[in-house]
Write a protein that binds this ligand. Structure first.
Ligand SMILES: [Zn+2]
Length: 171
């Protein structure tokens, strides 16, 4: 899955821009792994609007995530910044195709190594499920599509790149 990022040129800080680009590139690699695809496909989801894992995976990989639902093969991440000392990590407006990311959390994640990057990959996938495919969540959260896709992605991202880091340190 390719991720096409827009909106970053309006961000104030270069380090935020490059952090998001780096994580998005590594996230592409995660979503291209058969391990990740298999888990997305086999998971069970609540509030799934009639879609099973197989159908959800197909939606993601087709790239039909823009307003026109054009399966162009890439995911469009049109992202904007806001800064707020709150527990809102990110948000998406209904009917709007932009993703707003809280730089308060980005700053924390940037100091948290692979764990922080993996958390951002979770956020990107979570918001994608709201923005592109209109999946929602009410309690209990963790079986819903945005939470489940996000947490599977975070786990795979962490496992994949933590290992790479360990090899580099050991060499
Ligand atoms: Zn949400």
């Amino acid at each position: 899955m390719k991720i096409n990022i827009t909106g970053l040129d309006k961000w104030k800080k270069y380090e935020h821009q490059s952090y998001i680009k780096t994580v998005a590139l590594k996230l592409e690699e995660v979503t291209e792994s058969l391990k990740w695809q298999k888990e997305i496909e086999e998971a069970r989801y609540s509030q799934n609007n009639g879609h099973d894992g197989k159908s959800i995976l197909k939606m993601i990989l087709s790239g039909a995530d823009d307003m026109a639902k054009n399966p162009d093969g890439d995911i469009d991440l049109d992202c904007y910044e806001f800064h707020q000392l709150s527990n809102t990590v990110a948000y998406t407006y209904l009917g709007d195709y932009r993703t707003f990311l809280n730089t308060y959390f980005l700053n924390i994640r940037m100091k948290s190594g692979v764990r922080g990057e993996a958390q951002l990959s979770n956020t990107i996938m979570h918001e994608l499920m709201h923005r592109a495919f209109r999946f929602t969540h009410s309690q209990p959260y963790n079986q819903t599509v945005p939470y489940k896709i996000g947490s599977i992605t975070e786990k795979h991202y962490y496992e994949r790149f933590r290992a790479a880091l360990a090899i580099r340190i050991g060499a």
